[in-house]
Design a protein around this ligand. Structure first.
Ligand code: SAM
Length: 460
C-alpha cells in the first residue's frame, strides 16, 4: 500500500491541478457533497501547491440579521479552505467522500478542532486564504506518504473589503483511507470508520422503511424507520435520487429472503451474516417461534444493533445471539461452530444480504466456504445477492448505475466484486444445488439495472 501511495506522489503538480484539484473541479465536487456550500455560493477561487483561496459571498443565504456573515458560515468556509490547502499536498491522492474513488487509493481528511477569532463584522464578500509554509508542507507530505497519520494545524485568514475580518486555527487529521478499514487492526480507525459503516447500514434501513408501488412487493419492515433514523432517511433519499430502482431492489431482496424463510421445513437457525440494521430477527420472531437468530457483524455494527434494538417495544433478546466478527480475518465457521447454541446439524438459513459486493473474490470464496462448513443438514442453505461484474468495473453503459457506484464510493462502501453467473461461481465452491433469479425476473420487469442484480439460494 505504501508503494501505491508513493507512486501517486510521482504525478506532476500541473497534471494534479488539471485532473484533481483545480478550483472549478473542487468547487463543483465540494458543492455536490456539501449542499450548504452550493446554497451559500461558496467558491474555490485559487489553488496552488500548499495554498488555497476561497470566496464566501455576502448574500441572502450567508448573512444574519445585521447583514454581515453568519459566524458559523465563516467557520464552515475555514474548514474547507484549510482542508483544500492540506489536500493540495497529497499529490495525486483523491479525497474520500469528494472524488469518485476507492478506499485503497484515497485519503480521508477530517477536522479535529478549530479556534476562530472574529475580529470585525464582515460587510463584503469574504476571501479566505490558507498558506502552508514550505517546512510544514514537507513534513506533512513526508508523514502521509510514509503511511502515517498526519495531524496538521493550519491558519486560515479571512478578509473583507481589504480588512482582516477573522483568523482561524484549524487542526486536521489526514490518513490513507485504507488504514481505517476493518482489515487493518489500527485502533485509530474507530471513529471515522464506524461512522461510515453505520452510514451504509442506516441507508439500507432507510430504504427498507419505504413502501413500493410495485404490485409484487408487499413486505415492509415496521422497525426500519426507527433504526435508520434521520441519517438513514437522508442518505436513502440521496441514493434513491441517484438510482431510482434502489428501493425496489432492496425491497425485492428482502421479500425474496422472507419467502425463503417460510419455505424451509422445520427451520431452526437463521444466520444474519453482515446483519447491519436488518431487523428480520425481531419482525419474524413471532412467525418463526422455534428459530434462533445469529446476528454477526463487525463490533461497531453489533454495538449499534444493541443500541437500536433496545429502542424497540420488544427485542426478543433471548432468541438472538449477537456475535462480533471481521469476515476479512476471522473464521466465521469456527466462531459459530464453537458457540454453544449453534448446531450445524439443524436446518439453517444463512443470509448474506447486501454484502458480497463489498468483499474481494478471494474474501468471498473464503466466506462462502466457511458457510458450507455450517450446513450439515441437507435442507440448510445460503441466500446471497450478487451484482454483475460490469456493475463493479463500471463497464456498464447505464448512467444511473455509474452515479450510484460513485455515491457508494462517497459513503466509503465501494463495490469490488461481481459475478456474472452466480450459480456457476457457487458450484465451483462446492455448492451442488443453486437457484438464481434476477431482481428483474422476480418482478417481471425488463430493466437493465434490475437484471444486473440477482439472488441465489445455494445448498450443499
Ligand atoms: C450494506 S450493509 C448490509 C447489511 C444488512 N445485511 C442489510 O441488508 O441491511 C453491509 C454490512 O456488512 C458489514 N461488514 C462490512 N465489512 C465487514 C467485515 N469485514 N466483517 C463483517 N461484516 C462486515 C457492515 O457492517 C454492514 O452491516
Amino acid at each position: 500500500m505504501t508503494q501505491q501511495i508513493l507512486q501517486s506522489s510521482e504525478i506532476t503538480w500541473d497534471e494534479d491541478y488539471r485532473t484533481r484539484i483545480n478550483p472549478q473541479l473542487m468547487t463543483s465536487l465540494l458543492r455536490t457533497s456539501i449542499p450548504v456550500l452550493e446554497q451559500s455560493d461558496w467558491t474555490v477561487t485559487r489553488v496552488e501547491d500548499g495554498c488555497c483561496e476561497t470566496l464566501l459571498p455576502l448574500n441572502k443565504a450567508t448573512t444574519n440579521q445585521h447583514g454581515t456573515h453568519q459566524a458559523a458560515l465563516v467557520s464552515l468556509s475555514a474548514d474547507y479552505t484549510g482542508g483544500m490547502a492540506l489536500a493540495t499536498l497529497l499529490r495525486g491522492v483523491p479525497l474520500a467522500g469528494i472524488h469518485a474513488c476507492h478506499d485503497d487509493v484515497s485519503a480521508s481528511l477530517w477536522l479535529a478542532g478549530m479556534n476562530v477569532r472574529y475580529k470585525s463584522p464582515s460587510t463584503g464578500h469574504l476571501t479566505g486564504i490558507c498558506e502552508i509554509d514550505l517546512v510544514q508542507a514537507e513534513e506533512i507530505r513526508k508523514r502521509y506518504f510514509r503511511g502515517s497519520r498526519v495531524l496538521a494545524t493550519l491558519q486560515v485568514r479571512f478578509y473583507s473589503n481589504g480588512e482582516l475580518t477573522a483568523e482561524a486555527e484549524m487542526k486536521y487529521f489526514a490518513q490513507p483511507t485504507i488504514q481505517l478499514s476493518p482489515a487493518n487492526s489500527n485502533p485509530s480507525r474507530s471513529t471515522l470508520f464506524s461512522h461510515k459503516l453505520k452510514a451504509s447500514a442506516r441507508m439500507i434501513a432507510g430504504i427498507r422503511a419505504r413502501k413500493s408501488s410495485h404490485p409484487k412487493l408487499k413486505n415492509h419492515c415496521p422497525h426500519a424507520n426507527l433504526v435508520a433514523g434521520p441519517h438513514g432517511e437522508l442518505l436513502a433519499d440521496h441514493l434513491q435520487e441517484i438510482l431510482p430502482q434502489l428501493k425496489d431492489m432492496v425491497l425485492t431482496r428482502s421479500q425474496h429472503i422472507d419467502e425463503l424463510l417460510q419455505q424451509v421445513p422445520d427451520l431452526k437457525q437463521v444466520v444474519l451474516a453482515g446483519a447491519g440494521l436488518d431487523m428480520r430477527s425481531i419482525t419474524h420472531a413471532d412467525t418463526l417461534p422455534d428459530v434462533t437468530f445469529f446476528e454477526i457483524d463487525l463490533p461497531e455494527m453489533i454495538a449499534e444493533r444493541e443500541r437500536v434494538t433496545k429502542l424497540l417495544p420488544q427485542d426478543y433478546r433471548e432468541r438472538r445471539v449477537l456475535l462480533s466478527a471481521n469476515f476479512k480475518v476471522d473464521d466465521l465457521a469456527q466462531i459459530l461452530r464453537q458457540h454453544p447454541n449453534f448446531d450445524t446439524t439443524l436446518p439453517t438459513v444463512i443470509i448474506f444480504e447486501g454484502c458480497s459486493m463489498y468483499f474481494s473474490e478471494a474474501e468471498n470464496q473464503r466466506i462462502f466456504r466457511s458457510f458450507l462448513e455450517l450446513m450439515d443438514h441437507p435442507l440448510s442453505c445460503v441466500w446471497a445477492d450478487f451484482v454483475t461484474q460490469a456493475v463493479v468495473t463500471g463497464r456498464t453503459n447505464n448512467l444511473y448505475i455509474k452515479n450510484f457506484l460513485q455515491g457508494m464510493d462517497s459513503l466509503g462502501e465501494s463495490f469490488v466484486f461481481g459475478a456474472d453467473d452466480p450459480t456457476d461461481w457457487l458450484k465451483q465452491l462446492g455448492f451442488n444445488f443453486v437457484e438464481t433469479i434476477s431482481a428483474g425476473e422476480y418482478l417481471n420487469e425488463i430493466d437493465s439495472v434490475l437484471s444486473a442484480y440477482s439472488f441465489s439460494v445455494a445448498r450443499r
